[in-house]
Design a protein. Structure first.
Length: 173
């Protein structure tokens, strides 16, 4: 089997990709991704996830040889500024570097589109995703909002601008 390939996802393949990746997630992985038990993907959520336009909603997919999609990373924004991100990797492919490759490719795509900041929300028990975000976006500023771990990470030239918040965050760490 060839090494997994990560590439941008287009609208034509979005439905099949979302369905395949969701089907490859265990109940625990679905809970960690959607922050609640999700035995079946509600049609309203699925409609949002497959509405890929390459600007407000862009995505990258990891595919393995003839096996099809094995992971998906998405961003949701207004076309510039800040975008919310989400990553899902099928259980059989977790802990193999797929999430890192997806998040790295998504950050590059976000910068190319014109976003300057990525934002995420992770359940406190999702230590693997927190570790992934720190590895790919080490300058991200995380905080606990009482329910989830939030993070904001500047990308592109904004990532290399040191702010007072950055200095304070480094002191607190």
């Amino acid at each position: 089997m060839s090494a997994p390939v990560v590439r941008p996802l287009d609208r034509a393949r979005a439905g099949a990709t979302v369905d395949a990746v969701f089907a490859g997630l265990s109940p625990r992985s679905r809970y960690l991704r959607f922050h609640s038990p999700v035995p079946h993907l509600p049609e309203s959520v699925r409609a949002r996830l497959v509405d890929v336009d390459g600007r407000r909603h862009a995505a990258v997919v990891a595919e393995a040889g003839g096996l099809g999609p094995i992971g998906l990373a998405q961003l949701f924004g207004d076309g510039h500024g800040t975008a919310d991100i989400a990553v899902a990797v099928m259980d059989a492919w977790q802990r193999r570097g797929i999430g890192r490759r997806l998040l790295t490719a998504l950050a590059a795509l976000a910068e190319e589109i014109g976003y300057t900041e990525l934002r995420g929300s992770v359940l406190p028990e999702n230590v693997a995703m927190q570790r992934l975000a720190r590895r790919v976006l080490p300058w991200a500023r995380p905080w606990f909002d009482g329910e989830t771990v939030q993070f904001v990470a500047p990308i592109g030239p904004a990532a290399w601008t040191v702010t007072h918040e950055d200095l304070l965050a480094d002191l607190v760490r």
